[in-house]
Design a protein around this ligand. Structure first.
Ligand code: NAP
Length: 512
């Protein structure tokens, strides 16, 4: 699109330079699009293209006519503070302009929403620079290059939310900025439906479940690591647990057909399971047995694979050695803990567990040899010589958990609660990972004399893990503990339930 077209922008004034201009057509009435444009809470990631959220609290709610400080990406990629001012809101002509004091460019961003028909609109976008210094002139191409990338992403996001015909859209829970569920999480009913890529299946969701990582990520936790993994492309759809029907298969997929009921897992991503449709690697899916309800199925995968990564991947538990092993599971009634008990029992190990008050009957029903209430019993005084002590609940019990391990027998303390992601948030990816490795190495040095080891586990789902999940489902050997069920429309309440710390077992969301 070039200046002087049908976008309706005013002609450039003397001293103004057009930096970029583009537009996107969407299948929505102009009033809807305009309402969305005016939602300035979304503004930083959407429109300016250069502006980045500092924090959820940084933005006041409605905003036209207001000024506020923001964090921005300056040309060259450096983060700077800028002042953003919403200067014009022409409701009649659906025109909004934003001025930013980003030196040396002093850009202005203009947006227009024009109705093409009752159901189709066009959203025009223009950036004008008024910087006149030599520096501004010389660096304008750099500015344009940076802006172009961010603009492409913004328009892509715009399409993700407002684009598409009815067959191409879906309801999805998304967040644009870090914050509490109530503030940051939004349900969009026109989000773009994903497509099954090569090796993927597209699943129409029947149920999913909340994991702590979802709530933590929404709060900004793990942002450096997630960004590098491509799991922080705003707007982010969280969720890792998938239970639903296959509606399409991508190239190379022969194991599944449309109509198959599946249970699947997805590593933390930007296009996760809290959406009516989700694309997932077929390799990470297994058939759902007929007798397994959707909500039960959705409560299993992420917790199962995490528990297995800890017990087998890092704890060394195998089908061959399990009968000779004793495993202690801290937090046996939790999502991960309940899976750990059932996996270890299925493989043949003896299991002892701890749990919260009132949870003993639930844990006993999973076939443990003994169970301790962490509020009244001291497991460390009673338990000795375990091969694996698995921490899933409270890392402050690390010393007690290590103390119950065998000595001199390659016994292992494994934990899924460790500082790795927190360190990458604090120090950046490389330094954070190195700091985590140093800390773990130091702990293992201290343990070396006793022949014990320590491992920090991160969720993983490989082919062997998927095969065991399939095997255990077929054998009806996996039963989740379900705390509560919420309609997907109430996903904010569902996340708040998990965050309240009052849930026993999994919080499930179901889709109509
Ligand atoms: N590293 C990874 O890749 C990874 C993956 C998944 C999960 N995780 C982490 O693993 C942890 C567990 O996840 P989850 O889904 O199982 O959580 P969850 O469902 O909330 O389970 C925690 C359980 O631990 C119990 N508990 C609390 N303190 C305890 C203690 N001192 N001793 C024994 N039990 C105790 C709780 O009981 P009460 O409610 O009665 O206190 C609750 O039943 C979370 O911190 C999560 O972030 C890590």
């Amino acid at each position: 699109m070039t200046a002087g077209d049908d976008s309706g922008f005013p002609p450039l004034e003397p001293g103004q330079h057009l930096v970029l201009q583009d537009s996107v057509r969407v299948q929505r009435p102009a009033a809807d699009v305009w309402a969305f444009v005016r939602d300035m809470e979304n503004y930083p990631l959407w429109f300016a293209g250069i502006v980045k959220m500092a924090s959820a609290d940084a933005l006041p709610p409605a905003t036209v006519g207001k000024r506020y400080d923001e964090e921005a990406i300056a040309p060259g990629g450096k983060e700077e503070r800028i002042v953003v001012e919403i200067v014009v809101a022409d409701e009649a002509r659906r025109h909004l302009a934003i001025k930013a004091s980003l030196e040396p460019f002093r850009p202005r961003f203009d947006y227009r929403v024009i109705a093409l028909s009752p159901t189709e609109s066009v959203f025009h976008w223009r950036s004008v620079s008024t910087g006149t210094s030599l520096k501004a002139t010389l660096t304008r191409p750099v500015f344009r290059t940076i802006l172009r990338g961010r603009l492409a992403k913004s328009l892509d996001n715009f399409r993700r939310i407002l684009g598409g015909s009815d067959a191409e859209v879906m309801t999805a829970a998304m967040f644009w900025r870090f914050g509490a569920a109530r503030d940051a999480l939004r349900l969009y009913d026109r989000a773009a439906r994903p497509k099954a890529g090569k090796g993927q299946i597209l699943v129409r969701q029947r149920a999913s479940s909340i994991n702590h990582i979802d709530c933590h990520r929404r709060g900004g936790y793990g942002r450096n690591a997630m960004r590098v993994r491509g799991a922080l492309n705003f707007p982010v759809v969280l969720g890792n647990d998938i239970a639903g029907e296959v509606v399409a298969v991508g190239g190379g997929v022969t194991r599944f057909r449309p109509g198959d009921a599946v249970v699947a897992v997805k590593a933390p991503s930007s296009d996760g399971a809290f959406a009516k449709y989700v694309a997932v690697a077929a390799a990470n899916a297994v058939p759902k047995p007929d007798g397994l309800a959707w909500d039960a199925a959705a409560a299993l995968p992420y917790a199962f694979y995490t528990a297995l990564s800890a017990l087998s991947g890092d704890g060394g538990l195998t089908r061959d050695n399990a009968r000779a092993k004793r495993v202690f599971v801290q937090g046996g009634a939790g999502g991960v803990g309940a899976m750990a008990i059932q996996i270890a029992r299925h493989l043949g190990a003896e299991v002892i567990a701890s749990c919260g008050p009132g949870q003993k009957p639930l844990v006993e029903a999973m076939g443990v040899a003994a169970v301790y209430d962490y509020t009244t019993d001291d497991f460390a005084a009673a338990v000795r010589d375990v091969d694996i002590a698995f921490c899933t609940a409270n890392p402050n019990e690390e010393a007690k958990l290590v103390s119950i391990l065998k000595t001199g027998a390659d016994a292992r303390y494994v934990t899924v609660i460790h500082p790795t992601l927190g360190l990458t948030d604090e120090f950046g990816l490389l330094k954070g990972v190195l700091a985590a490795k140093r800390q773990l190495k130091a702990k293992n040095r201290d343990l070396a004399a006793s022949g014990r080891k320590m491992a920090w586990t991160i969720f993983k789902a490989d082919a062997a893990a998927v095969a065991l999940f399939d095997e255990m489902l077929k054998a009806d050997a996996l039963r989740p503990i379900i705390d509560s069920r919420f309609d997907f429309a109430d996903i904010v309440a569902a996340q708040e339930r998990l965050e309240s710390g009052k849930a026993t077992g999994k919080v499930v969301v179901t889709f109509k």
